[in-house]
Design a protein around this ligand. Sequence first.
Ligand SMILES: [Zn+2]
Length: 42
Amino acid sequence: MYIDGISLEAAPAAPSARKFCIACGASIPSDATFCPICGKLQ
Ligand SMILES: [Zn+2]
């Protein structure tokens, strides 16, 4: 699934700043606005 405006590449070093998507439960960056997996607004 491809989401406009979201790039999974070149993620800045953010060691243990992770959270889980509220929709699909994927591990995503804690500052992510949208889940890169399912695209759900966090
Ligand atoms: Zn998700």
